[in-house]
Write a protein that binds this ligand. Structure first.
Ligand code: NAP
Length: 489
């Protein structure tokens, strides 16, 4: 929990509020009205981001005065921002998360009274803690050939340590008993495996919390079959993005799914849902997700009483059968304003059959900010993968590379196409593309590949073929830092 809140001369905690696009302004106003009704000492500084900003020609979708406000207040309540689909602009949401290094995305879901789902009565109450700034979501993409695209999945040990510690600390703050770590470490041993290994190293520091690794696809299967077994699930960015929409679906949809983006300096609170443009201005959408995001924000701001009052009032309102169109259908639904009014009217009441957890302040994990977070005592470059664009059959391309390393410290080992060895042939039936990687290894098993030797190899290859990318094959402290192709010995 940050203690660097910006306090106004009137003694209020200042929060940057970004109304957002589409239904954003409606849900944000609902939350602001409810907070005002609790009397919590919150003041707002309104700033903009998203579609209106893109239209002004600001390519990031986040103008300077918004960045300055967030840097000052360090706490943001944000409506959804529309993301242009296609080329050019990046998502303003992702930009905001990355600009302020909000590395953890906390997405709680809980069964609510009166929201009928196939899981009603099973007491779903779980939290997905999603890494928020790394992974495929960083959107580092390249066209390597006209027909083959690449997206870099970068996962750091530091990023893993931060998110794992945040998951355990969040579990502690909510009195939760179990943390699952969901990864695809069985396939992506370095990237997804980094989260698994970090989780297993850090878990013993939280002995009161049960820690268990689960393969992410099985986790999704289990979430659909027995969601009540889960308490906290920590996972990588892309997995978490997909899983948390799934978990929202379990409890009645995106209208009920809040989130908090937590960083060391800044926290941004927002609904999981987007700007749902077709409902904009219709006073019909469900503001609960944004209201519950504001509840998370109040706890972050140490306003526990107001947070508890609002959470109770939401439960009471739902118990009273007051529901928006997404749950009630067209018959008997109330509008966004009426729903908000009902919550305000229920402030101070307690739900009959539904309780609110006992929350403790969240302790933000302190992880070193050193750039070289992990250092190797020893390192060697033992070879190189050279990526080649070629329309030649694998056999022909492979044979042309066999002699290319002669007279150099490197020897051609094999050719792979999208991760599968295609030369020397294993007799498998593989449909190839024009994108190959040729693996060259040092002939001296204890040597270290120099840049000069590498550049010489590239020049030799470049005389016959079009190479577009390389990856050095490195060993750190004697351990290979590269994967093998399918079929490689
Ligand atoms: P969406 O805006 O989340 O809407 C998808 C559907 O979810 C809606 O059509 C509606 O379902 C339901 N829904 C969403 N919010 C609801 C609410 N508060 N109450 C009731 N129902 C709700 O997703 P999208 O249509 O894919 O995305 C629209 C834009 O939002 C895109 O530009 C996207 O990039 C952006 N986006 C922003 C954020 C963010 O700011 N964090 C997150 C996601 C998407 P029915 O049609 O079944 O009624």
């Amino acid at each position: 929990m940050s203690t660097n809140f910006y306090i106004t001369p009137e003694g209020k905690k200042l929060v940057t509020v970004i109304p957002g696009d589409g239904i954003g302004p409606e849900v944000v106003r609902a939350a602001q009205r409810i907070i005002a009704a609790t009397g919590a000492p919150i003041a707002w500084e309104e700033r903009f981001a998203g579609e209106s900003v893109f239209k002004q020609g600001i390519a990031s979708g986040v103008p300077q005065d918004t960045i300055e406000s967030v840097s000052k207040t360090r706490v943001v309540l944000k409506g959804p921002l529309g993301t242009p689909i296609g080329y050019g602009e990046k998502s303003a949401n992702v930009t905001l998360r990355k600009l302020f290094e909000t590395y953890g995305n906390i997405r709680p879901v809980r069964e609510l009274p009166g929201v009928q789902t196939p899981y009603s009565g099973r007491n779903i109450d779980l939290v997905v803690v999603r890494e928020n700034v790394e992974d495929l979501y960083a959107g580092i993409e390249y066209m390597q050939t006209p027909g083959v695209a690449e997206c870099l999945k970068l996962i750091s040990r530091k990023g893993c340590e931060k998110i794992v510690r945040l998951a355990f600390e969040f579990a502690r703050s909510e009195g939760r008993k179990k943390v699952h770590c969901a990864t695809k470490a069985n396939i992506m041993k370095f990237t997804e495996g980094m989260l698994k290994r970090t989780f297993e190293e850090i878990a013993p520091e939280y002995p009161e919390i049960e820690a268990q690794h689960i393969i992410v696809d099985n986790c999704c299967h289990q979430l659909v079959r027995r969601p009540e077994q889960f308490d906290v699930i920590v996972t990588t960015n892309m997995n978490g993005d997909i899983m948390s929409d799934l978990t929202s679906g379990l409890i009645g949809g995106l209208g009920f799914a809040p989130s908090a983006n937590i960083g060391n300096e800044v926290a941004i609170f927002e609904a999981v849902h987007g700007s749902a443009p077709k409902y904009a201005g219709k006073d019909s959408i469900n503001p609960t997700a944004l209201i519950m995001s504001a509840v998370l924000m109040l706890r972050y701001l140490d306003e526990f009483q107001a947070a508890q009052q609002i959470e109770n009032a939401v439960l009471v309102t739902m118990e009273q059968g007051i529901r928006t169109r997404d749950v009630a259908g067209d018959e008997g639904a109330v509008g966004t304003t009426q729903f908000t009014d009902a919550i305000i009217g229920n402030l101070g009441k307690r739900a009959k059959d539904w309780s609110v957890r006992d929350y403790k302040p969240l302790v933000l994990p302190q992880v070193s900010t050193a750039q070289d977070f992990v250092q190797a005592q020893e390192r060697r470059t033992v070879g190189v993968d050279v990526f080649i664009e070629s329309a030649l059959p694998p056999e022909t391309l492979g044979k042309s590379l066999v002699g290319i390393g002669e007279g150099t410290p490197l020897q051609f080992k094999q050719l792979a196409n999208r991760g599968t060895k295609v030369f020397p042939s294993m007799g498998a039936i593989t449909d190839s593309t024009d994108h190959f990687s040729a693996r060259f290894m040092l002939t001296d098993a204890t040597g270290n590949l120099s840049d000069d030797a590498l550049l010489d190899l590239l020049a030799r290859i470049g005389k016959q073929h079009r190479w577009m990318h390389i990856e050095k094959l490195q060993e750190f402290d004697g351990k290979p830092g590269y994967s093998k192709a399918q079929g490689e010995d």
